[in-house]
Design a protein around this ligand. Structure first.
Ligand code: ADE
Length: 398
């Protein structure tokens, strides 16, 4: 945790201010988060500000048990998480953090919001606001709001320009490929990497895969993104055609059934399948198990080999779950410094903002402040507009 904090200077500065001003004194916060050293840095910042914090894991395979234990024993944070816990245990952990009757939520994938709107509607009245960290979670919240079902104000932390650029593009771009390399030990140069989905995450993965010497094939359903991929120099194909070409498949769509039996049937022997989306629905793992005549579990850590009737073996990483966190360590601390600084400042703001139910944007000033502080910590200096330039930009009239 200390090692991670060395690369998290923005959160460190915030922690010093929070410890002085105690802006969160006595506030009960329930968080659903990957239990990593970076999340520990966020937890320590919030508790320095006076928050009473309860944390549940956001994925059973991303939990680092030593971090969970250190937070409990060293920092007074109530953590409900254990690596590899089954689905029932995982759901029990989410329910347990809500027992704390939180005033604020930090969600990662809309899990806490979902439990509150289904099993624990009695607690909704006590929740002032929530913040959502992932693209998938924001998609779900917007859907709930459109259906008239969302009964809380939730702030879309995922959607800030800094989060999209730094966490989604650079964080996912690096950490997913890092996970593939750790898990398989494969050389990516000269391979064909198929990236499903060319959003912020997919485009980041594609750029880094090319940098490692892979040929990138992108699959898309959205024409502007497909065009962006073409103009970025990638080949764009339907997955039905890409399936036979790929050595590594990475799904980043946020949708289900991206890789199915239709694709497994024509993939190369030894093809690697990994998911970078939040939920484990992008690779049809049940369909893959049905097709397989044998499953060789853990041929390496976090790699299962599915043997098909014709002898081909497809290598599934991390059971189709979020590969960068399950087979790697997630985004680097320097990336999470930005995400969690935005998150901590959003918590401070939303506690007193009097928001109404719905999906809200993070105030741009928060994102700006974090970007400036990060640049300063990196020793990067900017130009300033001269008064004449500022007038030129703001004084034009038709
Ligand atoms: N999400 C992505 N990477 C993460 C990390 N290192 N810690 C917590 N949440 C994350």
């Amino acid at each position: 945790m200390e090692f991670a904090e060395r690369a998290m200077p923005v959160l460190g500065l915030l922690r010093e201010r929070f410890a002085r001003d105690r802006p969160l004194a006595g506030l009960r916060i329930a968080a659903c988060a990957h239990v990593t050293p970076e999340t520990a840095a966020l937890a320590r910042t919030l508790t320095a500000g006076g928050a009473v914090l309860h944390v549940a894991a956001s994925n059973p395979l991303s939990t680092q048990d030593d971090v969970a234990a250190a937070l409990v024993t060293g920092d007074g944070v109530a953590v409900q998480a254990r690596h590899g816990v089954d689905r029932a245990g995982y759901a029990g952990h989410l329910r347990a953090v809500l027992e704390a009757r939180p005033a604020l939520l930090l969600d990662d994938g809309c899990d806490l919001v979902q439990v509150l709107h289904t099993d624990r509607t009695d607690l909704l009245g006590g929740v002032v606001a929530g913040a959502e960290q992932t693209s998938t979670g924001v998609l779900r919240l917007r859907q709930m709001h459109a259906d008239g079902a969302l009964r809380l104000p939730v702030v879309a932390v995922n959607d800030t320009p800094m989060q999209l650029l730094v966490a989604n593009r650079h964080g996912t771009g690096q950490s997913v490929l890092d996970a593939v390399m750790r898990a398989t030990g494969a050389l990516l140069a000269g391979t064909v990497v198929v990236v499903a989905g060319y959003g912020w995450c997919g485009s980041g993965i594609a750029a880094r895969a090319r940098g490692l010497g892979a040929q990138v094939v992108v699959t898309e359903v959205e024409p502007r993104r497909a065009l962006e991929a073409v103009l970025d120099g990638h080949r764009v194909l339907p997955m039905a055609e890409a399936a036979a070409l790929g050595d590594v498949f990475l799904t980043t769509t946020g949708n289900r059934d991206v890789l199915t039996s239709e694709h497994f049937s024509c993939m190369k022997d030894g093809a690697v399948l990994a998911n970078a989306g939040h939920f484990d629905v992008e690779v049809d793992v049940v369909g893959l198990a049905d097709e397989a005549v044998a499953v060789h579990r853990r041929v390496r850590p976090q790699v299962d080999a599915y043997e098909l009737a014709d002898g081909r073996r497809l290598l599934l990483l991390a059971e189709g779950r979020l590969a960068n966190l399950a087979a790697g360590e997630g985004h680097p601390p320097s990336v999470m410094d930005i995400s969690f600084a935005v998150q901590a400042l959003t918590v401070e703001w939303m506690a007193g903002a009097g928001l109404s139910p719905g999906v809200h944007a993070v105030p741009p000033a928060i994102d700006d402040d974090v970007a400036r502080t990060k640049l300063a910590s990196l020793g990067v200096r900017l130009d300033r507009l001269s008064p004449a330039q500022a007038r030129y930009l703001s004084s034009w009239r038709a």
